[in-house]
Structures are given as C-alpha cells and as structure tokens.
Design a protein around this ligand. Structure first.
Ligand code: GCO
Length: 439
C-alpha cells in the first residue's frame, strides 16, 4: 500500500515544500511581461504552445499559496521572471512586474511559509538572444545587475535565494541537444554556455552579497549514469556522460576546476581566460539544491565530435516522461555531494517528482497512485541519508501544479494539484492529500 506516512519519521526541523517556476505557471500575457527565448522557441518548434496563459498564477496566486499552506508545507520554491521585471530594451523596470513579486512574497510570509526564490529558471529575455544569449559573456554581467536589483528591491522579504536552476539544462540540453530554448546544436555553443552560466552564477553571488547578507545557493540537476554493459566502451561512455552532466557543474562550483574527462573534449571551446573566472565561480555558498528524477543508461555511440555516447531507457517502472523509477540514484548523489567535496554544505532536494497520466474521476477526484509511490520511494532514500548524517535540510516536491512542461507543452502533468487549463480550476490530487494528511 502506497502512502506517505514516512513523512512522520522526519525530524521536526526538516522542511517540506513545493516548487514551481515562473514561465511554467504565471502566464506571461498578464502584467506587461516581456518576451523570453521560450516564447520564440515555442513559436518555431512547438506550434506556438507557450507560457502565455499557463496556470494563470498571476491571477490565482493567493489561492495557490493558500493551498500550500493548508497542506502543511513550510516552504515555497518559485522563480522570478527576468523578462517580467525587465521587459524593455532600455532596461527600465516594469513596476507591475516588481509589484507582483512584492505581493507574492507578502502572501508567502503571511502564510508562514519560507520563500525559496530562484533568479533564473530559463526565461532569458529575448533581447539578449539577439546578442548571443548565454554565449555572450555580457549576458552574465546583465544577470548580475538584475540579481542586484532583486536583492535591493525585494531582498528584505527572503533570506535564501538560488542563482541558477539546472545549469546543465541551460547549456547542454539547450545548446548541444537543442531540446530547449534557444534550440542550438553545437558543441562550441554548448561549452561556451556551460562556462558562462557558471560565471553568471558567480557574478550574481557577488552582486547579491554586495547588497545584503543573503543565504545563497545554486540548484544542480543530477542524472545517474548507468553503463549499458560491462564493456569498457560503455563504461567509458558513462564516465564521459557523468563528467559533462554531473561533475562539470559541481566540480567548478565546489573545487574551482573542470573535470578532466570532459575537458579532453571541451577545453578547446572554452574562453582563453576561463581559469580566472573559476575563482568567481567557486565562491563559497551557503547551501546547495539538488534536483533529481531518474537514471540514464549510457551506451557507446560513435560521434564525429567525440561525444561518443547515447542515452537509452531501461526496463524499470516508468513515469509519463518515460523516466525510470530509480530512487537509489538520489542517495548516490546526496552521498557524493557530501563526501567528494568535503564542504559539509547544507543540502536541499529542490526538485523531485513525476509526470503521470492521472485518473480524473467525475466526482472531482484525481487518482495518482504511482506518484504517491514515487514520492514514498524517494523519501525512504532521503531518510536513509539523513540517518547517515548527511546535512539534509529540506525536500521540495516538483510540482505544486500541473504546468507548462517545456517542449512537452501541457501534456505532461507533474502537479500535486490538477489544473484544468480551460477554467484554471485547481483540484488537489490524492498525492496532495497524502502530504496534507501526514504533514
Ligand atoms: C527542472 C525543471 C522543471 C521541470 C521538471 C520536470 O528544473 O528540470 O525545473 O522546470 O518541469 O524538472 O521536467
């Protein structure tokens, strides 16, 4: 029987929250929000299915925050939209945008929730794209300016803040695999972005700290690299995947260096003075967020550019994204972050959850038994790590609401709460009720 009674075994000070991101829920047709690279990407590649309306969170935000509170969660992770606050070419502030976050933060605080804002969750203002986007170092400086403004205007309403969400997605997924905006497929673009997004993180840390004493973190996604076979070629391929996907970001941030295996293929694409940037990138942080969903099975595959692997899926139970249930991978990464970097930094699981084909009954019930199982299996791993003494401080379920799942549009439902996109009605699913019951 799947249930979330395990929640009762966690220490009292362990924080449970839910996570969302701006572009995926807000609705950028509202409030004079500017266009981002995702609007352009959706127009070109997704038949225009974009975040124009999304969950209309801009109008329903009070209801949404109330849901979080009523369920008994203690924290809310969300992101600021850069194009909502700075929609204009002259970089002037959209007061409506700033005001929205001001009211959102007030509401969060009034409900006794701890805000966990993120500065960048993929909605780069479109004007930067015309100048090279994240391939242009100047974007990093503009990001630091934007970060400073957030700290100055809203920084009295939160302590914790994350700079970048999932730098691997911003760089590799979006500039090498071409699956996310801006949809590039080039090794040199990807490498430049893999470096610049980290530099943007570092410059933002400096900007935030120059204004206030924030508790600053970054959010890294990890995917477990399982070799397809014990053949040396597959094992080497899995190491290369691991080096690019996981080690690149953690090593640079915690050790100030890039991993050797990835460097053999990528170093020639890095800017000449990259080493001096690594000092900025590796400034000490106050916490780190880990997003975890699944594993990848890595198979040797000869490619002209030397990225000799492909990812395949295995035979374990799968989510609607075709991602396998592999909770052991979460333990693996929590131990790795704690042991390999010797930073003893507080760790939050900032995203974990699954897309599911939920069963919507006529009686306003939404059954998502598999999602309850997914959470249960992962929470068992989290508890195991806590008992080992890993400094885990909190867990955020992805996601509060069904929302815009990037290149999958609205088809994939990750929410604890069902959203009817015709009338924006929210219906708590059974998984949400399990959280409420045991929190
Ligand atoms: C992520 C993203 C989310 C996705 C989720 C499911 O940070 O990967 O934050 O935006 O919706 O991961 O794919």
């Amino acid at each position: 029987m799947n249930n979330l009674s395990i929640l009762q075994s966690f220490p009292k000070d362990f924080i449970f929250g839910v996570a969302t991101s701006a572009y995926q829920i807000e609705g950028n047709n509202f409030g004079e929000c500017g266009k981002s690279i995702w609007d352009e990407f959706a127009k070109q590649n997704l038949n225009g299915v974009d975040g124009s309306y999304a969950c209309n969170h801009i109008q329903y935000f009070k209801d949404d925050i109330k849901l979080i509170k009523d369920a008994g969660f203690k924290a809310y992770r969300f992101s600021f939209s850069w194009p909502r606050i700075f929609p204009n070419d002259d970089n002037s502030i959209n007061t409506k945008g700033l005001d929205f976050y001001d009211r959102l933060l007030d509401e969060i605080l009034e409900c006794n929730l701890e805000p966990f804002p993120t500065l960048y969750h993929w909605d780069l203002p479109i004007r930067f794209n015309q100048l090279g986007g994240w391939e242009n170092k100047d974007t990093c400086k503009r990001f630091a300016d934007y970060s400073y403004t957030i700290s100055e205007k809203l920084g009295d309403k939160f302590q914790k803040i994350a700079t970048i969400n999932e730098p691997w997605c911003v760089s590799w997924l979006s500039h090498y695999l071409g699956e996310h905006a801006p949809g590039k497929k080039s090794l040199s673009s990807a490498t430049a972005t893999m470096h610049n997004i980290l530099l943007a993180h570092g410059l933002a840390v400096q900007a935030l700290r120059s204004n206030r004493n924030h508790q600053i973190g970054v959010v890294l996604n990890n995917e477990y690299p399982e070799p397809y076979s014990q053949d040396t070629k597959d094992i080497e391929a899995a190491k290369l995947f691991d080096s690019i996907y996981n080690y690149w970001f953690a090593d640079s941030i915690f050790k100030g260096s890039y991993p050797k295996i990835a460097m053999e293929l990528l170093s020639s694409h890095l800017p000449s003075n990259y080493e001096s940037d690594l000092k900025i990138i590796s400034q000490g942080l106050d916490w780190v967020g880990i997003n975890y969903y699944t594993r990848s099975i890595i198979k040797y595959y000869k490619s002209d550019d030397g990225i000799n692997y492909e990812c395949v899926r295995g035979n374990l139970k799968k989510t609607d994204m075709d991602w396998e249930f592999f909770p052991e991978g979460l333990t693996y990464f929590l131990r790795r972050i704690n042991n390999e970097y010797n930073s003893k930094i507080p760790i939050y699981i900032t995203e974990n959850g699954m897309a599911n084909r939920d069963l919507v009954s006529s009686k306003n019930k939404v059954f998502d038994e598999d999602r309850i199982e997914y959470f249960q299996l992962h929470l068992i791993e989290v508890l195991k790590c806590l008992n080992e003494g890993i400094p885990l401080k909190g867990y955020f379920a992805w996601s509060l609401l069904d929302n815009y799942e990037w290149s999958f549009g609205y088809e994939k439902r990750f929410g604890l709460v069902h959203v009817n996109y015709k009338n924006y009605k929210r219906t708590p699913k059974e998984s949400f009720k399990q959280f409420s019951k045991y929190l």
